[in-house]
Design a protein around this ligand. Sequence first.
Ligand code: 13P
Length: 152
Amino acid sequence: MITHRSFQPRKRIAMVAHDKKKKEMVEWAEKNKVILARHELLATGTTGRLLEDQLDRPVKKLLSGPLGGDQQIGAMIADGDIDILIFFWDPMEAQPHDSDVKALLRVAIAWNCVVANDPATADFIISSPLMSDHYQAVIPDYSGYLKRKIED
Ligand SMILES: O=C(CO)COP(=O)(O)O
């Protein structure tokens, strides 16, 4: 059974921002442009388009969040295809796709994904020496859970 997920020095970073947080995301990305250039970026649709324009580099764009983009990122996290999630969600406004937002945050924690929900935390993550290094993240062991489900 795989119990670790390997992070390569080139990290796969998913970036997502709610509408009133998009400006913060674009400013954060601009400030950290040089470090971000060493990594692979993907994003929900609208966030991705803004980041591409600002950073003048390709960003893999998934669907817009309310149209399934959050779920696509969640699925990639569960598949081990994302190392870091930078998700500036809006604490002051309910979203039509609140259930998707919650699901994304939940699945990220379930798989021990590195997560930042605000620029300060994102600053600490992006300046970590682990950003340019190999790293082994522990994958929580859910085998007991699966076994119990089958036995029940
Ligand atoms: O709604 C979002 C995340 O929940 C973000 O989606 P967009 O980047 O397409 O605006």
